[in-house]
Design a protein around this ligand. Structure first.
Ligand code: GUN
Length: 298
């Protein structure tokens, strides 16, 4: 038997239609659209591509977007000024500081500068801190981890009491998704480059989140039968047989994992479409909160 495919594109499409309806209701009530402001500093082509995709996705659901595009030699003062300007712009309800920032810019300082009520990426230290702590709830949670959790929910994966193994400990995915799984009462193991016997750890997983950026790293014979796999990896590999000469693969060897897993996401078409959707959802949520707070203070 092969695994159930968790279709991120279908879930994202359904959610984007709901978000577009919500953005339309917002515009009808307040006379202006929800707005997202992005700061893109540097010349990383992947970051530029992300920001372009986010801008296009905003347009499609009726969110207005402004982007500060800055060169790789931008200073801390340049980045700070861009964030401040978005903080002060009443038509901007969500702010996205695209990571990584150039090395001369202090990432924590920049993320801390984002207004808490506009922190739709959930990377403000206060939101990350609340995510880490028992009994506290962040206003927003990071996009990719939230997308992973929604995909687990989509197929009714039992999380409470399950053993979740997270492969990777990045600030953007591995660490926050581990905290979210723990908040949902999973028992969480984080595996990283110094972990001994990663296959042995993965064999214990009821839920596996793979986010290490190594193409087709996890093999089918490392898996517990029935495991639910969310593959966050997006790795470009050479493929002379394809028209473009390359193709995209995840961190999991799909062909062998598909024979053992209970459910699995595809790459592309799994987590990718969910990430931007979460950002759109948070932006409209921020717009309602900001507008309603303003209204009630009048
Ligand atoms: N760089 C890679 N992924 C992300 C993301 O989800 N948000 C931000 N701000 N930067 C990223």
């Amino acid at each position: 038997m092969t695994a159930t495919i968790i279709d991120g594109t279908a879930v994202a499409d359904r959610m984007r239609a709901e978000i577009a309806g919500d953005a339309e209701r917002f515009k009808h009530k307040y006379g202006y659209a929800p707005g997202l402001g992005a700061v893109l500093a540097g010349d990383d082509p992947a970051s530029a591509q992300y920001v372009r995709m986010k801008r296009r996705a905003c347009e499609k659901v009726g969110i207005e977007s402004v982007t500060f595009e800055m060169t790789a030699d931008s200073t801390q003062a340049d980045v700070d000024a861009a964030i401040q300007s978005l903080n002060e712009n009443p038509r901007v309800h969500g702010i996205l500081v695209q990571l990584p920032l150039p090395p001369q810019v202090d990432e924590e300082r920049a993320l801390r500068l984002v207004s808490l009520e506009k922190d739709v990426d959930g990377f403000h230290p206060v939101n990350i801190g609340k995510l880490a702590m028992k009994g506290r709830e962040p206003t927003f949670t990071p996009a990719t981890p939230t997308g992973c959790m929604l995909l687990l929910e989509e197929i009714g994966t039992p999380i409470e009491g399950a053993h979740a193994v997270v492969l990777g400990r990045s600030n953007i995915v591995g660490l926050p998704v581990a905290m979210m799984l723990q908040k949902a009462n999973a028992t969480v193991t984080i595996c990283h480059s110094r972990t001994r016997d990663i296959p042995g750890m993965i064999r214990q997983a009821d839920i596996l989140i793979a986010a290490i950026g190594k193409p087709e790293y996890v093999k089918g014979d490392w898996l517990k039968p029935g495991v639910v796999i969310i593959d966050v990896g997006t790795n470009r590999i050479d493929d002379p047989a394809s028209e473009k000469g390359y193709r995209w693969v995840g961190d999991v060897d799909f062909a062998s994992a598909n024979q053992v897993a209970g459910a699995i996401t595809k790459v592309p078409g799994g987590v990718g479409p969910m990430t931007i959707t979460m950002l759109l959802k948070n932006t409209v949520k921020a717009a309602w909160t900001i507008a309603e707070t303003l209204e009630s203070s009048r």
